[in-house]
Design a protein around this ligand. Sequence first.
Ligand code: NAD
Length: 258
Amino acid sequence: MFDDLKGKRVLITGSTQGIGLAAVEAFARAGAKVAMNGRRVPADLEATLARLNGLGGEVVFLQADVSDSAACGTLVEAFVERFGGIDVLINNAGGLVARKPLPEIDDAFFDAVTDLNSRSALMVTKHALPHLKAAAAQNGTTSSVISVGSVAGYTGGGPGAGLYGAAKAWLHNIQKNWVAFHTKDGIRFNMVSPGTFDTAFHADKDEDTKARIGSGFPMGRFGRPEECAPTFLFFASHACSGYITGQVLDVNGGQYMP
Ligand code: NAD
């Protein structure tokens, strides 16, 4: 179904675990050339790469803290040096940083949340843009930027997650500008907006709490990372979504219906 992803060069930020890692696995199975990125080198890197490289594609690890603008440029350069160009960028790195209600928010916390969730996607996309444009011109189809939003981008976020929700809403919004001004470059921009997925993101909750929260969703449970991965394949594949751009696909078990 995703035959055109074979050999595609895919950079996925923040992908050593959770939703990002499941996306790395899905693209590897589709035969793509993938860079897994993380702030730190994972302890089990060698074994993880050996496993991922047995799936049918090619996977490398590129270390970079994408909340740092200079590191975003270096990451893109390293990727292009390794694979010769970029066909698909997935801006997945993100997180709460911490939960802080309004009275506790200071400049340092504001910077940390917006750098990780907004600036990272902006800067990696900026540096990747000429390469995505070149790839589209070369193969005569489209390149794809997929950013990871959140249900919090609509709802405003849960307790202490107001800045996080706002940073995701910022992403939902700025994508519209990128569509308006870079479609002529042969690049499509879409967003995957997860609801509540069982990853380290919810490490502050025990299993009973997760089950209780999940039972309130129409689907009755949290999502699993591998249930989000196919949406990335869909938006990356020109054959599947070549005329789709500027959209937000909500993968949330019915938790929120915008
Ligand atoms: P996770 O914490 O399991 O994974 C986050 C990944 O980002 C990790 O691989 C981590 O190494 C990486 N990362 C963190 N800071 C980084 C940095 N500065 N530079 C590079 N990499 C960095 O979380 P997840 O649930 O898999 O989240 C993935 C994306 O999905 C995030 O953007 C998150 O905001 C979004 N999201 C998650 C949920 C959920 O319920 N899990 C809901 C909505 C949106």
